[in-house]
Design a protein around this ligand. Structure first.
Ligand SMILES: Cc1cc2nc3c(=O)[nH]c(=O)nc-3n(C[C@H](O)[C@H](O)[C@H](O)COP(=O)(O)OP(=O)(O)OC[C@H]3O[C@@H](n4cnc5c(N)ncnc54)[C@H](O)[C@@H]3O)c2cc1C
Length: 396
């Protein structure tokens, strides 16, 4: 339902919640709202894209480890009783409880959840930026040149400012395994990162295990270094140059700079632990759009749950709103199978865990309370041609 811009704001029953975005945080919020406050909320999902792409699986794609799963948002919304609007939010008008969109429409909300992610951009002028969705061929060429023996030394870089470094570790490990098959003697993969220790956000136990793993897999790791210049064949690190035939960097992320909402210098939206946007009533933010320093899908989902629990509580649903107590969870793909990493950010040293068995269920790369199980059920549907209702009946 799209309102006339002149429609006055009023409290509605059911509450009208507009979720802007179609990624992890938006979909976690969508599924959670239907679970926490069924019948009490009308949900509109406003997304710039019609498909949800499971991005963590983009890393394995160039190595032939399958393609990321794609989910049709129209089907997802239909199954959850939500209205889908394919459009782009261009501005929030808090005093009118309205958002404006690229198509020129105004959409009224009682509550707005902004979950429009962040914008990747290259950290350096030279080398390859690992951006599978925009230019997949760039990294394919690196692997091709490695296979042909033209570029045996590859550096994978986590530039200053990149907070979620796991894809670089997977790239380094998978590239080393790939290179070993092609040219066992001649190749050298180096991981260059600003982190003080490998995957330092996960704490000391994980760092120690990852360091061992990298050594075993013949990946050279250089931690605590801050390359500031990258040429096509070298990185400047402090006063010295590290040479490589191909340099692959993770992208930096910029905030969405959404007019009408406060933002920090990077364009990210500031909020409290429940996702309330600073100084803007009835507007929440979750995921990479917010100022939380680590940009990760599992954390995006946790932030979405904190926000929608608060929203559900406003409708009288029997839930208690609680600020996020962030837990980092990750699955690291290696050639000898997945490794599961976990740490609670309030006590990283005491909770740092590394395991070869799953530490959560379903053991998906983006660990989430609501979306992960929902997608797992859709995957089962797809595999067996059954309906979700059939599966519900089977699980009851
Ligand atoms: C290669 C790679 C590997 C990763 N691996 C992992 C991993 O293993 N584990 C993990 O937890 N995380 C991982 N991440 C990070 C994770 O994907 C992100 O942190 C997460 O997707 C952020 O969720 P989000 O909802 O904030 O934003 P996004 O998922 O980016 O979603 C933003 C959505 O908003 C839509 N949108 C954008 N602008 C507008 C607008 N103006 N109006 C309407 N809609 C808009 C977009 O189309 C998109 O649907 C990885 C990321 C990458 C790129």
């Amino acid at each position: 339902m799209i309102d006339d811009p002149g429609t006055p704001t009023r409290a509605r029953d059911p509450l009208r919640v507009v979720i802007a975005g179609g990624g992890v945080a938006a979909l976690e919020a969508l599924v959670a709202l239907q679970g926490l406050a069924p019948g009490r909320i009308d949900v509109v999902l406003l997304s710039a894209t019609d498909t949800f792409i499971y991005r963590p699986l983009l890393v394995g794609e160039p190595f032939g480890l399958g393609h990321p799963h794609r989910y049709d948002l129209a089907n997802l919304c239909a199954g959850l009783g939500a209205e889908l609007v394919l459009d782009t939010v261009t501005q929030v008008v808090p005093e009118a409880h309205a958002i404006q969109t690229a198509s020129g429409t105004d959409i009224i909300y009682d509550v707005l959840l902004v979950a429009i992610g962040a914008r990747p951009y290259p950290a350096f002028d030279n080398g390859v930026t690992f951006e599978r969705q925009l230019s997949p061929e760039d990294f394919d060429d690196v692997l091709g040149d490695l296979t042909d023996g033209m570029a045996p030394r590859v550096a994978i870089v986590v530039p200053d400012g990149v907070s979620w470094s796991l894809p670089a570790y997977e790239l380094a490990l998978l590239t080393a395994a790939w290179a070993e098959r092609a040219h066992p003697e001649a190749t050298c993969v180096t991981l260059v990162t600003h982190e003080p220790a490998p995957l330092a956000d996960f704490g000391p136990k994980v760092s120690a295990q990852i360091a061992e793993l990298l050594e075993r897999e013949h990946v050279v790791v250089r931690c605590g270094v801050h390359p500031d210049v990258v040429t096509p064949t070298a990185l400047r690190v402090g006063g010295t140059w590290l040479e490589a035939d191909r340099i692959v960097s993770l992208p930096l992320l910029a905030g969405p700079r959404l007019p009408g909402l406060p933002m920090d210098a990077q364009g990210l939206i500031p909020c409290d632990g429940l996702g309330h946007v600073d100084g803007v009533p009835d507007v929440y933010v979750a995921g990479d759009s917010g100022t939380f320093p680590i940009k990760q899908g599992g954390l995006a989902a946790q932030q979405a749950v904190a926000a929608v629990t608060d929203i559900a509580a406003r409708t009288g649903a029997d839930v208690e709103a609680r600020a996020t107590e962030p837990v980092l969870r990750a699955v690291l793909m290696t050639r000898t199978g997945p490794r599961y990493l976990r740490a609670e950010l309030a006590d990283v040293d005491g909770t740092s865990t590394f395991a070869t068995e799953a530490l959560w269920w379903p053991p998906s790369k983006i660990a989430s309370r609501w979306l992960g199980p929902h997608l797992a059920r859709l995957d089962v549907d797809r595999l067996h041609g059954a309906t979700t209702a059939d599966i519900d009946r089977g699980m009851a």
